[in-house]
Design a protein around this ligand. Sequence first.
Ligand code: FE2
Length: 464
Amino acid sequence: MRFRFRLLLYPFLIFPLMPSLLSAQTNKSYPASRFPDRIILGFKGDVSRSQAVNWRTDSTVSDAVVAIHEADPSPDFPENARIVKAKTQQILMDGKKVSYHEAVLTELKPASQYVYRVGNGTYWSEWFHFKTASDKNEPVSFLYFGDAQNDIRSLWSRAIRGAFSTLPNADFMIHAGDLINRANADFEWGEWFEAGGWVNGMIPSLAAPGNHEYFKDENQKGTLSRHWRPQFALPENGPEGLTETAYYIDYQGIRFISLNSQEAILNSEVLEKQAAWFEKVSRENPNRWTIIFHHHPIFSTAKGRDNDEWREKMEPLYKKYHVDLVLQGHDHTYARGINMPLGQSRKKPDGPIYVVSVSGPKMYALGLENWMDRAASNTQLYQTVHVDQNKLSFKAYTVNGEIYDAFDLVKDKSGQNSLVELSGSLKMQERLDLPDELQKRFKEAELKEYNERFQKYKQRKAIK
Ligand SMILES: [Fe+2]
């Protein structure tokens, strides 16, 4: 009798609840308090002798400081910590005044571990460790993420946490734009900082802005998110007007250059000005390796998307200045490859390796173009890059920790790279199926077209 009752009742209990459980989601709000939050390391100068940090509090906090000491396993160091004053700015976010604080810690020793906390003498953060860069060409390891953008707390958190689990000793993290969906939505930035949590306080971040970091101001002018500059400490060595969005750092023998593709695509004057700046910093580049990151891809991975002016301007410059690797986002798919004619050996690339990736859950249809050597559809990923002297090793991981793509670049004495293709020996097959949502939405002709493209891609793969 009891058994029968359960059977009868269960469908009514479960099924009416299902749609709301799956779709509706209330956004969490992130009010500032006197205690520091959104603590994030960045770079403002010489990476081996300085480190910058930002954080947020409510507007009652003034006299913001950082306490810093050389890392020490005993808990007795706090009383001897050096106090560094921060700069504070008050900003109106969602109608509420909050304080953003930024401090640059200088006179640090290279390749040394430090411990720090931020606060105002009464309301403190926990103590965090970080390590300065070496002033020599030691090995470098870093993480790279494509767009986070949507459902950041719910679904992107597994990307950054998976990445940290794979590479806990990363020197820094690169975000290639569209970190959030709406430039000034404070709760989205709140989700982004919740996902990264204390990792952001230990491993510095570099970020390039995407189109979603821009909003239209009252004069309809595309303007950088009000959060960007107060919350990130990024180098201020870029072209005028693109401060903290186009910049470079030299890290243990590698020049990393962030470009602002959004402003370049919208304004040809900015495109020219930024390209001239890029040429200048590339001409004067004393480093063995050059890695570029920006939001809009030089070669698109999503069907029907193209940034032709951006490509026509920048691609010849990347070749001219021997850029090794270009890390990008925007197309909500994954692809890695080289712009070389089909049938030609790809062992000696005549230009950079291009990567487009996506770390968040928004997914587009793959373009499956000729330049691609490995692609993925409907897959959240993060990437690790390790550079040791003459060898760069790249790996893409699915957010649940499986290796999806891998290659090495080996540089000879003259600076010529050889590509060592490693994807062929991976366990995972290429994931090229359309995302479910697109399969449902596509009309018959679109599905047929995708299928044809898929078949052609497979045929080309057999030729390569
Ligand atoms: Fe984008």
